[in-house]
Design a protein around this ligand. Structure first.
Ligand SMILES: [Zn+2]
Length: 600
């Protein structure tokens, strides 16, 4: 750690403008289930870092525990740490504009109630989504009704990306997010100490209202409730659909999630498509160029604001350089022949950047971001044909263990490396032992102990969570994840995405010998789709004139959702071979919501 632990600037900024907080800092559902408890977290992160938490992460956790309503500048307020993200409130002529209504409706309702308690009972006159991630729109039904007439403003292609990022690999991402968020862990000095980006995510009800006003160019100016806003589109940065925006009359700049007080993820550990650090850096640079001269305060949808033109320019230039440096240096080394892990090991941040807290990897990390850049340009194959056709984990582990002299000998060797402090290699060896003999308690215990120590040392909150969740699952097995009943995202999916969600569940081998075709008519939304199954592949496309099919299904879009998600066929008109649809659905598999990760 090279940044200065005695520098209090971030703490002063995080406290600045404090108005009041929710007491107690607990949010519940109507039936009493706790969906957010910031008090437990704030109580934990008092005093000096315990030996079981990296001091730099501990510091960040203190900063992300400061719940309350804060004045950013006259007319602009933020509710922070009533969820993972910030809700920003901008007062207009007749009411208040809400920027980013948190993850869940319960937290969003609590946040706006806190605001109104101190600023009066102003109606919501517009909602702005800065980008297409759940923690920036999911709680919208907590601030407006589903049939609201107020403008819902978002960057172009918002809806497509809000849905698509989580559609196809959604189940696997959900399972992996248990690790990166540390879902089964207790909030404690030996468990979860936040997420770096915030204290954690709320677990209430989420939903989505589609945008009614698209922002489709930089320089677009809108007046919402009398407030002038100039937009900067930043597609392909932290989200495929994202935007910064400037309030000229407030001299305030909203940076969405493009510049926050940590090194962000280029590839989140839950899995995602990799983001583009080159374009990210470019848009931060553009924001400096367009707005910095006229800005007195810059705020984002996570963490605390930065005040003062000079501080803002310094902060933005460092964030800009951070992503640029990672991108350019990774490519420089790739072109010298280094592979992903080698680049990740070789790249060190410039000391001047490393000396600044906001460049540290509490959420993203230099190590996994560099590997992500390698993945973006080069892919999984490192070019060495010895690695082209490796055995998968269990087959490899069995062979390694055999060569080492059995599972007990492997565990013994792993313990030696553990005792010498080489936790990385100790984990690799112990994992081979577990994959070769998953019931071996000594192997699992040792691996759990190694992962735990790796977690205690990690500056990155998601690494800590991953290590400690792995340790917990080795000791106690996979715990079922409590699922929340939510309005969810299905209503926002296109028909093509809905049909894709069937296609990716077709069990190929079982479907090898089945051929069928279905014509789908959805008169209420004016769509027809043709679908056919052959060779285990489900092909479908939108068409004006459907080719002849075994079965023709005519239904409304709500009926299609009912059919796919609840198996309801009531009121659906079918003509032709009525066995085609049940035969198709019988060939689908369900995703496994709790597949093993640290064991085979
Ligand atoms: Zn976010």
């Amino acid at each position: 750690m090279t940044a200065d632990l005695t520098d209090r600037t971030d703490f002063d900024d995080a406290d600045r403008g404090f108005i009041g907080k929710l007491i107690p800092g607990v949010v519940k559902t109507a039936d009493g289930r706790v969906v957010w408890d910031i008090d437990e977290f704030a109580d934990l992160v008092q005093g000096d870092a315990p030996a079981t938490v990296n001091p730099s992460l501990w510091r960040q956790s203190k900063l992300t525990s400061k719940q309350g309503l804060y004045e950013v500048t006259a007319g602009i307020y933020q509710v922070r740490d009533l969820d993972m993200s910030n809700m920003t409130l901008v007062e207009g002529d007749t009411g208040v504009i809400v920027i980013d209504p948190l993850i869940s409706a319960e937290c969003a309702a609590a946040a706006i109630a806190l605001y109104r308690q101190h600023r009066g009972d102003r109606p919501v006159t517009a909602v702005i989504y800065t980008h297409a991630h759940l923690d920036h729109f999911g709680g919208v039904l907590g601030v407006v009704d589903a049939d609201t007439q107020v403008p819902i403003v978002a960057p172009e292609h918002f809806l497509e990306h809000a849905v698509s990022e989580n559609v196809y690999a959604g189940s696997a991402m959900l399972r992996r997010s248990v690790y990166y968020a540390g879902v089964p862990l207790q909030t404690s000095a030996t468990g979860r100490v936040g997420l770096g980006l915030g204290a954690g995510g709320s677990t209430g009800t989420y939903g989505l209202i589609a945008p009614t006003l698209d922002i489709n160019r930089t320089g677009q100016e809108e007046v919402l409730d009398g407030v002038r806003i100039v937009f900067q589109l930043t597609p392909g940065t932290e989200s495929p659909a994202e935007m910064n925006f400037f309030f000229p009359d407030h001299r305030a700049l909203c940076l969405a999630e493009n510049a926050t007080h940590n090194l962000h993820n280029l590839l989140t550990l839950r899995g995602a498509q990799i983001r583009d650090p080159r374009i990210w850096s470019h848009y931060i640079s553009e924001a400096i160029h367009l707005y910095a001269d006229d800005t007195d305060v810059a705020f984002a949808s996570h963490h605390w604001p930065t005040w003062g033109r000079e501080n803002i320019v310094t902060f933005l230039k460092e964030q800009r350089d951070l992503y640029c440096y990672l991108h350019d240096q990774t490519l420089r080394l790739i072109n010298q022949g280094l592979t992903g892990p080698e680049c990740a090991e070789a790249i060190q941040m410039p000391p001047a950047l490393d000396a600044r807290w906001h460049t540290h990897g509490y959420y993203g990390s230099v190590s996994h971001n560099v590997k992500a850049i390698y993945q973006r340009y080069i892919g999984w194959y490192d070019g060495n044909p010895a690695h082209l056709w490796l055995h998968p984990p269990t087959a490899a582990a069995t062979r390694y263990v055999q060569v080492i002299g059995g599972v007990d000998a492997t565990v013994g060797k792993a313990r030696e490396f553990f005792d010498q402090g080489d936790l990385r290699f100790a984990a690799e060896l112990a994992s081979h032992a577990v994959f070769a003999e998953p019931e071996n308690v000594a192997a699992k215990d040792l691996l759990a102990n190694i992962l735990e120590q790796l977690g205690f040392g990690a500056e990155n909150a998601t690494w800590r969570n991953a290590y400690l969740t792995g340790a917990q699952e080795l000791r106690a097995g996979v715990q079922p994840t409590p699922m929340t009943a939510s309005a969810g995202m299905a209503p926002a999916m296109t028909t093509t995405q809905l049909f894709d969600s069937i296609a990716i569940r077709i069990n190929g081998p079982r479907a090898w010998d089945t051929a069928l075709s279905i014509s789908w008519n959805l008169p209420d939304i004016g769509e027809s789709h043709h679908m056919e199954l052959s060779n285990g592949a489900l092909i479908h496309f939108r068409t004006e004139r459907s080719p002849k099919a075994d079965l023709t299904v005519t239904l409304t879009r709500p009926q299609l959702l009912g059919l796919l998600f609840a198996g309801t066929t009531q009121g659906i008109d079918m003509s032709g071979d009525s066995t085609a649809l049940p035969r198709l659905l019988a060939l689908t598999d369900e995703a496994d919501p709790s597949f093993p990760i640290v064991t085979p």
